[in-house]
Design a protein around this ligand. Structure first.
Ligand SMILES: *Cc1c(COP(=O)(O)O)cnc(C)c1O
Length: 383
């Protein structure tokens, strides 16, 4: 069970009766999280990572809040523009672009790109002459629940070479970016990455670079996490250290939060399909839901993200349970190791809420594996 209290807008939606499973979303919560993060980081620019929740109502709320967007594909660019985004505030942050993708983004007005390879720098120079380019560093991501395992980014020496190549090819070397891994709980990890990035900037001759801190800002799923101010303080100290060391004169900060802006804005309501005892296999009850790994709970792979669970209106004492999805796939078990205490009188037909599920859920749902999905989204305040 959980101490999390969904917003009034979410509780109002959940009080209505509709078929499950569905994700209830409250854009008002997104506005509040954006305000908190932006306030903690002072004059940093916020580029929301669209992949966390590309729902149009969320994008519109962030446009109204003055945020920009971090995108990975043309369809994401189109979604942002349809929500009213200024293309000058859209950054193409995916260094894996196919031929023509950068040119198409530029035709939509996008002028900011991220790179991490010489091959991509040359492609950008050919397709978007004069564009602003950040080089992505590969950094230590200790403390992340869902690390990148080296998929993106260049090491410092190569990043220096890439920034010079960007300039040599007629592009604008804007600065450095990194992603310290999602659900990153350690402010020290950001501080260390900032120090490395600003040393690279200095070596490449950038006195006042853009420093894009990427995403990773954590959410208090089943336990407390450091708040935005702790991360901002660590980052400010690291920037001050780099200035004191003579690496740079300063840095223009950008943030690319995904999870931190939208997780608390969502509640996934599910129905219990069966509660069964499994003699000789498990001493715990198995609780099968109408939602699982393939209907939006992809981040429960490896039990990386532990959503808080509540059963509305129940007062019976809790006992341990395994939570599983509805499909015939053996991997479709949501929580087996992570303890899930559930009321002992839980029965088929009961509804159950997975809290803090606004990030990385609906957009991850399969189109219909085993006939289940995709996940319905219901937005608070929509008429
Ligand atoms: C996914 C992603 C983000 C957002 O990450 P969160 O951990 O959800 O904050 C930011 N930037 C880039 C480049 C990403 O790929």
């Amino acid at each position: 069970m959980s101490d999390h209290v969904p917003s009034p807008g979410l509780e109002k939606l959940l009080a209505e009766t509709r078929p499950t499973p569905y994700l209830a979303l409250d854009p008002q919560v997104v506005r509040e999280r954006h305000r908190e993060l932006a306030a903690a980081f002072g004059d940093a620019a916020v580029l929301y990572a669209v992949k966390a929740c590309p729902e149009p109502a969320v994008l519109r709320a962030l446009v109204e809040s003055g945020a920009g967007f971090d995108v990975a594909s043309q369809p994401e660019i189109d979604l942002c523009l349809a929500a009213g985004a200024d293309p000058a505030l859209i950054q193409h942050g995916n260094p894996v672009r196919g031929p023509g993708a950068a040119a198409a983004a530029a035709a939509s007005g996008v002028r900011r790109f991220v790179t991490d390879s010489a091959e991509d720098v040359d492609a950008l120079a050919a397709e978007v002459p004069g564009a602003r380019v950040q080089v992505r560093l590969s950094v230590d991501d200790t403390g992340s629940a869902t690390p990148f395992h080296g998929k993106f980014g260049a090491l410092p020496d190569e990043a220096v070479r890439l920034l010079r190549r960007v300039a040599d090819r007629g592009l604008v070397p804007a600065g450095l970016t990194f992603h310290a891994g999602s659900q990153q709980t350690r402010p020290e990890t950001y501080a260390a990455a900032v120090a490395v990035a600003l040393r690279v900037a200095g070596r490449a001759g950038l006195a006042r670079p853009e420093l894009d801190l990427g995403g990773g800002w954590p959410v208090a799923y089943r336990g407390p996490v450091a708040g935005p101010h702790a991360f901002a303080a660590a980052v400010r100290a690291a920037v001050a250290g780099a200035v004191a060391a003579g690496d740079v004169d300063g840095a223009a900060l950008l943030l690319e939060p995904g999870r931190a802006l939208v997780a608390d804005a969502g509640v996934l309501r599910a129905t219990v399909l069966r509660v069964s005892r499994r003699p000789g296999i498990d001493h715990r009850r198995w609780v099968y839901l109408d939602v699982g790994r393939y209907q939006g709970l992809a981040e429960t792979e490896g039990e990386a993200i532990g959503y808080p669970v509540r059963v509305p209106g129940r007062t019976a004492p809790d006992g341990p349970a395994v939570l599983a999805g509805p499909t015939c796939d053996g991997d479709d078990v949501v929580y087996r190791r992570t303890p899930v205490p559930l009321p002992l009188d839980l029965a088929a037909g009961d509804v159950l809420d997975l809290l803090c599920t606004g990030a990385y859920t609906a957009s991850y749902a399969s189109v219909g594996f085993n006939g289940f999905g995709p996940l319905e989204v219901v937005v608070a305040g929509a008429s």
